[in-house]
Write a protein that binds this ligand. Structure first.
Ligand SMILES: [Zn+2]
Length: 84
């Protein structure tokens, strides 16, 4: 068993990297990163790519107005079905 993160190989660390990023962990504080220049450089590259991706694909939330339009449209449907 290689539970000690300091003794893990670069391949083992890099295999865990997507999971670490996914959990939002502070990867720069990881013992392997602290002791491995290679993986520090890799992480820096990944962060640059991630930052570029955020700028290319910003998260656009639907404006409240849109939902108000949808709600009023549904309301009108209901009202028209009552008459008759
Ligand atoms: Zn490494």
């Amino acid at each position: 068993m290689t539970d000690d993160p300091k003794n893990m190989s670069c391949a083992e660390f890099q295999a865990q990297l997507p999971e670490l990023i996914g959990t939002g962990a502070d990867i720069s504080a990881h013992p392997h990163i602290q002791s491995c220049e290679l993986c520090r450089a890799l992480l820096a590259d990944l962060e640059t790519i991630a930052e570029a991706a955020r700028q290319l694909f910003p998260i656009v939330e639907p404006p409240d107005e849109l939902w108000e339009h949808i709600e009023s449209a549904i309301q009108q449907e209901k009202d028209s079905s009552h008459s008759g």
